[in-house]
Design a protein around this ligand. Structure first.
Ligand code: ASP
Ligand code: MG
Length: 405
């Protein structure tokens, strides 16, 4: 008799039929004698629509009110899922994040889980219930509703699996597992049987929409082995776990493309100590996540200046621009330019540690396609380039063919 945490994403609960399918699958596991905690996302499109609604009211709504709004998406799904189980004669009860004992810090719209006291979850399980938990949300110690950042239901599931010491954690989605690339862009992409936490972290951090980044970090930290699999069939998925020796034999595990970044360039920033510190401290204070950074020497007469470029999430572009504009008087730069037409293409694999010439092969492939590289960044197991968005998908197919074809 295993304790299983299952998480169903937005498309897996996207309509009443799908929700009934989730209930049927839960019923199957229950018949085997397993105890189940089911974490659900908002129905697909719901969170996006709520965000649109908010933006129709004002461009930069209060983040506390955003959390109040967005938490309703998952609250709808937990109730419907519990009802679908009741319809099958299965005792089930839904819990909000707060009721499930998920306590977070107070950083609205991307709160961090501080601790979980799943007393109610245990009590319901002991009473023979299936427990349905709203993903993506928690509550501060002061009782404010918070959300965990987009895709945060994954984190709810992984964190609950850790807190409950679950025997198994399954992340159900609309694809068969983690692929070498997004099959919608790269038709040759293949499903992986296994992947290391670090590889999935890099892929998730570079645009592959398999899982929320923080949930994978959390799983790595607490050693939660989980499976990513489809809710639409019974195929085995991809197991995500600590790296093993044999994983290094493969040079590249996957290719990802992030079209959700924007580039900000500060032109004519005076070239003296402390300037970069000032810019990035101000961004950090506003809780803007900066990804790639590049600094160029400006040519011109007079005091030396530089151009500083960095990328942020498109959703944080407005906020980042506001922060930088607020520094104009103090820093006295010339101009700020924002560019939303960029794509960040990355290759990822623990095999990079033991194979050489990987970057050269990637750049040659792009050169052959006539694609200009705008920014480059690397880590031990990843190489990323920023390129023009119009050519990004072509570039992705070419790079996938070069390494994984
Ligand atoms: N509903 C939230 C979102 O769309 C959380 C999730 O789906 O995991 O980001
Ligand atoms: Mg989702």
């Amino acid at each position: 008799m295993a304790l299983i945490v299952q998480k169903y994403g937005g498309t897996s609960v996207g309509n009443p039929e799908r929700i009934k399918n989730v209930a049927a699958r839960v019923a199957q596991y229950r018949e085997r004698g397993d105890r189940l905690v089911v974490v659900v996302s908002a129905m697909s499109g719901v969170t996006d629509n709520l965000i649109k609604l908010a933006r129709a009211i004002m461009p930069l709504p209060s983040e506390r009110e955003m959390d109040m709004l967005l938490a309703t998406g998952e609250q709808t799904t937990i109730a419907l899922t519990a009802m679908a189980l009741h319809a099958l004669g299965i005792p089930a009860e839904s819990l909000t994040g707060a009721q499930a004992g998920i306590v977070t810090d107070g950083v609205h719209t991307k709160a961090k889980i501080q601790n979980i006291t799943p007393k109610k979850v245990h009590a319901l399980l002991d009473g023979g219930h299936v427990v349905i938990v709203a993903g993506f949300q928690g509550q501060t110690a002061e009782g404010q509703i918070t959300t965990l950042g987009r895709g945060g239901s994954d984190l709810t599931a992984i964190a609950l699996a850790a807190a409950l010491k679950a025997d198994l954690c399954q992340i159900y989605t609309d694809v068969d597992g983690v692929f070498t690339a997004d099959p919608r862009i790269v038709p040759d992409a293949r499903k992986l049987d296994e992947i290391a936490y670090d590889e999935l972290l890099e892929l998730a951090g570079t645009g592959a929409k398999v899982m929320q980044l923080r949930s994978v970090e959390f799983a790595k930290k607490f050693g939660v082995i989980f499976e990513v699999r489809s809710s639409l069939n019974d195929n085995p998925g991809t197991i995500v776990k600590e790296e093993t020796k044999s994983m290094e034999d493969v040079v590249i595990r996957g290719v990802s493309l992030d079209k959700n970044q924007a580039k900000i360039t500060i032109i004519g920033l005076s070239d003296r100590p402390g300037m970069a510190a000032r810019v990035f401290t101000a961004l950090a204070d506003a809780a803007v996540n900066v990804d790639m950074i590049i600094q160029n020497i400006s040519h011109g007469s007079g005091a030396p200046t530089t151009d500083l470029s960095f990328t942020v999430d498109k959703s944080e572009l407005l906020k980042a621009q506001k922060v930088i504009e607020g520094l104009k008087k103090e820093l006295g730069y010339k101009q700020v330019i924002a560019n939303e037409s960029i794509g960040k293409l990355s290759i990822v694999g623990v095999g990079m540690r033991s194979h050489s010439g990987v970057a050269a092969r990637m750049f040659e492939t792009l050169a052959r396609e006539g694609i200009n590289i705008d920014m480059i960044s690397t880590s031990e197991i990843k190489i990323s380039v920023v390129i023009e968005i119009a050519k990004a998908e072509t570039a992705m197919r070419a790079v996938h063919a070069a390494f994984l074809g």
